[in-house]
Design a protein around this ligand. Structure first.
Ligand code: AMP
Length: 195
């Protein structure tokens, strides 16, 4: 068996990508890969690249595409025995779109969808502040949050627009309770069950 289906989850910082991505993976009984989480784990490995990744994450900017090409491929190849992958937070920049396109062609993925969790900025800031009380993420402080939003607007919104134009986008109003968002997401997926 190899990967047949990829569901990408995108949205601004604090939009619930992690929460919804994990719920979806549980429901579909499939693999979940958070690129942010993977990078945080990668960043403590002690290599030169790891140190640079840590500095970049802590600054609130996103990792350069040429590094992401290597990091993405290395990680996704570990998941080749999975049938379905929920991919949280990749691609995050327009130059990462062809990295995923190439992989989709190479592996012959037959089902590809992109979920966009849309939440207004003022709600997001309140959510991230709340998360800061529960988790310790160096990039959850007010100045860095501002940079992360700017990065999202400049780099990730064009990715979302690209998928919208291609007809791959499922847009969800993420400004509602967790279960309502999950239900709507499930109802909008083209394929609801594990094949
Ligand atoms: P997240 O956990 O999704 O909020 O991601 C945390 C941080 O990881 C981001 O602010 C970026 O620095 C980095 N990151 C996550 N995904 C990517 C990606 N696809 N490309 C570049 N950087 C990323």
């Amino acid at each position: 068996m190899s990967i047949q289906r990829i569901i990408v989850v995108l949205g601004p910082p604090g939009s619930g990508k992690g929460t919804q991505g994990k719920m979806l993976a549980f429901k579909l009984n499939c693999a979940y890969l958070s690129m942010g989480q993977h990078l945080r784990e990668f960043s403590v490995k002690g290599t030169e690249l790891a140190k640079k990744v840590k500095e970049t994450i802590d600054s609130g900017t996103i990792i350069p595409d040429d590094w992401m090409k290597i990091i993405f491929r290395e990680k996704i190849l570990e998941l080749m025995d999975q049938e379905t992958i929920i991919l949280d937070g990749f691609p995050r920049d327009i130059n990462q779109v062809p990295i995923l396109d190439d992989f989709i062609k190479e592996v012959n993925i037959w089902e590809f969808e992109v979920v966009f969790l849309n939440v207004p900025e003022e709600i997001l800031i309140a959510r991230i502040k709340e998360r800061k009380n529960k988790e310790t993420r160096a990039d959850d402080n007010p100045e860095i949050i501002h940079t992360r939003f700017k990065e999202y607007e400049k780099k990730t919104l064009p990715v979302i627009e690209t998928y919208r134009q291609r007809g791959n986008l499922i847009e969800i109003d993420g400004h509602r309770d967790i279960n309502t968002v999950h239900q709507e997401l499930m109802s909008k997926l083209r394929v609801k069950d594990k094949q």
